[in-house]
Design a protein around this ligand. Structure first.
Ligand code: TYM
Length: 375
């Protein structure tokens, strides 16, 4: 398995990954503590879609003492948003609602320019706008959220970025990210930029504000080095909560915008989404007879995973679906149809919210509101 911020491939063993990255599993005790505040555990926690963390217990300790924390997450705008990206965003919105937390949302348009050889600057600009509509459509609170574009809003980031950069050596960045001597120097500096929003809540408010970063685990290398730098600059170490990856519609691998036929984009028409779902890879058998007799395998089935991650909220329903799949009671065609019927209205609703977002995007952008959010 390979898991880096730029490449995720192979069969992912999340326990092994957590050991290798040095993160901690979400224990029942910790989930009980979250539940105490949330009332009900979010689906993504109940199902361990968010499965590991760093310092979440400390974030809760501080919160329970009356010290609020900020949330930080982001997007590298290089194309349309797919339904894998929104997994951590849906959870981030839940955390914002429960803990009344300010959210710093970074758009790393510089990252995409630097990493993709053929990308012109116009593309990230366009995608920053387009993707911001998706972010707003998730339903974040405009009073408590700011979207920061690295390129357009560098004035809010640069001072901190150079302070961070001074404590990051080339050899560390090279080792953590697997860079080469031939890597362009923008990429070498970039990890400092992605670290900055974790410290921004403290820097702008002038006091020490804990920060929690919800994201899939591919982003973890950034946080490892940001955590080393934090105490050197007098900031608290940013805490994390990590999610698993929503797989693509093909066989294996995470959903990725670079494989458009195996990704469902938030801007896909319901018909296109349905067509993609109907040709998805499943855990089915070669013949109907065989499947009725031997059952299918939900663990390798993308259709089952979409229900599990996003669309089937009731635990009884998902358990029933799993049993029906394993026993051969339900066939893959029926299952795909069922999923398509849930995905289509979801997309239509999301797209309507995206359209509405065009009218109040300024309420979210750093260039119009600054980055100093009210407490
Ligand atoms: P990006 O644009 O690659 O991904 C945006 C967010 O989506 C998560 N993600 C997924 N989650 C579940 N299933 C998937 N298939 C899937 N694919 C991607 C990513 O982990 C991420 O949370 N460098 C970052 C942008 C960034 C950022 C951050 C992300 C800047 N600051 C702070 C998270 C937190 C990037 O290119 O993300």
């Amino acid at each position: 398995m390979i898991v880096t911020p730029w490449e995720v491939s192979g069969r992912i063993d999340y326990e092994k990954l957590s050991r290798e990255f040095g993160t901690e599993a979400l224990t029942i005790d910790l989930l009980d503590r979250v539940q105490k505040h949330a009332g009900k555990l979010h689906t993504q926690l109940r199902r361990r879609i968010f499965f590991s963390h760093r310092d979440l217990n400390w974030i809760l300790d501080e919160y329970e003492k009356g010290r609020k924390f900020a949330l930080y997450t982001g997007r590298g705008p290089s194309g349309p948003v797919h339904i894998g990206h929104i997994v951590p965003w849906i959870f981030t919105k839940h955390l914002q609602d429960v803990f009344k937390a300010n959210l710093f949302f970074q758009m790393t348009d510089d990252e995409k320019f630097l990493f993709h050889q053929n990308t012109k600057l116009d593309d990230p600009f366009r995608w920053t706008y387009e993707n911001a509509l998706d972010i707003i459509a998730i339903g974040f609170d405009p009073k408590r959220t700011v979207i920061i574009s690295d390129i357009k809003n560098i004035n809010y980031l640069y001072e901190l970025a150079i302070k961070v950069a001074k404590h990051m050596t080339f050899s560390t960045v090279k080792a953590v990210f697997g860079l080469q001597e031939s890597s362009n120097i923008g990429i070498i500096f970039f990890p400092a930029i992605q670290s900055v929003p974790a410290f921004l809540p403290s820097a702008v408010s002038g006091k020490s504000v804990p920060c929690l970063i919800p994201a899939a685990i591919d982003q973890d290398p950034y946080w490892r080095i940001a955590r080393d730098v934090a105490p050197k600059l007098g900031f608290p170490k940013p805490a994390q909560i990590h999610s698993k990856f929503l797989p693509g519609l093909g066989k294996g691998g995470k959903m990725s915008a670079s494989m458009p036929e195996t990704a469902i984009f938030t801007t896909d028409s319901p018909e296109i989404a349905e067509r993609k779902i109907m040709s998805a890879f499943t855990g089915g058998r070669t013949t109907i007879e065989e499947q009725r007799k031997l059952g299918a395998n939900p663990d390798i089935c993308s259709v089952y995973h979409y229900e599990y991650f996003l669309f089937m909220d009731d635990d009884k329903d998902i358990e029933q679906l799993r049993r029906d799949c394993l026993s051969g009671h339900i066939l893959c065609g029926e299952c795909k149809k069922m999923l398509a019927e849930r995905v289509k209205p979801f997309l239509m609703e999301h797209q309507a919210k995206r359209e509405k977002a065009k009218d109040h995007i300024e309420e979210f952008l750093a260039e119009s509101k600054g980055v100093d959010l009210p407490e």
